[in-house]
Ligand binder design. Structure first.
Ligand code: FO1
Length: 317
């Protein structure tokens, strides 16, 4: 069995590759919920949804989130109420794109949580409905929310930073609200303890993998398996393929280099997979105490994603 620590888009593409090279029932995806938010009374879990829709081949390929062939009538209808909304109310806010068919997923999740189901249970139901085959586990059933301290707007939610401000504002620090008391489900800890390999998907190490590591039981479990943990760098040639990882690394005192990724992951991963273009940085990865493996990490098609998956499975010595 392979356990994969996941954020959103990069993880979803990696999992699609992994599904091409090994049986789905041998894969456990452990997914960040620090990006989760509550809007219009709905419980939204963006990383779980991005993985679900990608693996079901239902994702909008251009946006990388939400459903393909989506319509936006509900959100457009909400605009009618903008001019009557009292100051301080977010009742008619439309900055977060909730498509008409995507709403069904959030409605189902919200209703089941209100009925007393855990997020783990609801996630399993959603995965079954989309016939994903693999096991998808949220990192916790408790509330953990990534909070972003910005220079211009003070502390805001992750989605306000990422979507409302298009991750274009300067960040001073991150905080994972709730992580100190959140419990890690026993299924997550069992997957980490018994997996043949643990892969850290090419996700943002600070805001996607950071929330998982902020759960001390999960961090300890990973440290115990360090030798069997392979991380895939989300940085290629000093840039993030998607999202603000490069910028955040610099703003938060690291660098957008493989050495910086290796230093971040050194306590929990013995191996780091980096792209060919960064071959020259392999020695700096070794200097951080992590074994570099060099291959193509840009998953521009399914074939490369499968190749990367195969290499990640054999990368542990
Ligand atoms: N990303 C955006 O850039 N703009 C959106 O309006 C947006 C809406 C959205 C709705 C549901 C959902 O599951 C994801 C959504 N995302 C949107 C993606 C999400 O903000 C990010 O991909 C992740 O949180 C970062 O991994």
């Amino acid at each position: 069995m392979i356990a994969v620590l996941c954020g959103g888009v990069g993880a979803a593409r990696y999992l699609r590759g992994l599904l091409g090279v090994m049986p789905a029932d041998q894969i456990v995806a452990i997914v960040n919920t620090g990006d989760d938010c509550e809007l219009h009374g709905l419980s939204i879990s963006p990383d779980l949804d991005t993985i679900t829709y990608t693996l079901a081949n239902a994702i909008d390929p251009d946006r990388g989130w939400g459903l393909r062939d989506e319509s936006w009538r509900a959100l457009e209808a909400l605009r009618r109420y903008v001019h009557v909304t009292p100051a301080g109310s977010s009742a008619a806010s439309t900055w977060f794109g909730l498509g008409d068919t995507d709403l069904a997923t959030h409605m189902y999740r919200t209703h089941r949580l209100a009925e007393g189901a855990t997020l783990t249970e609801v996630t399993a139901e959603i995965a079954r409905a989309w016939q994903l085959g693999l096991t998808m586990l949220p990192m916790t059933d408790d509330s953990v929310r990534t909070r972003v301290k910005t220079l211009d707007f003070g502390e805001i939610s992750f989605q306000e930073y990422f979507v409302r401000h298009r991750h274009g504002v300067a960040v001073e620090s991150l905080r994972f609200d709730g992580a100190q008391t959140a419990r890690v489900p026993s299924a997550v800890l069992a997957a980490i303890a018994t997996a043949d390999r643990i892969v850290i998907a090419p996700s943002n190490p600070l805001v996607s993998i950071g929330p998982l590591r902020a759960l001390s039981a999960l961090e300890t479990a990973l440290r115990d398996r360090r030798h069997d943990v392979v991380a895939i760098s989300p940085i290629v040639g000093g840039k993030a393929l998607k999202g603000p990882a490069d910028r955040l690394l610099v703003e938060l005192g690291h660098e957008a280099t493989q050495a910086a990724i290796a230093r971040l992951y050194a306590p929990i991963a013995a191996t780091l997979i980096i792209d060919h273009v960064d071959l020259g940085q392999a020695s700096s990865v070794s200097a951080a105490g992590v074994r570099p493996v060099v291959t193509s990490t840009v998953m521009s098609d399914r074939h490369i994603a499968e190749q990367l998956a195969t290499i990640s499975l054999s990368a542990v010595e």
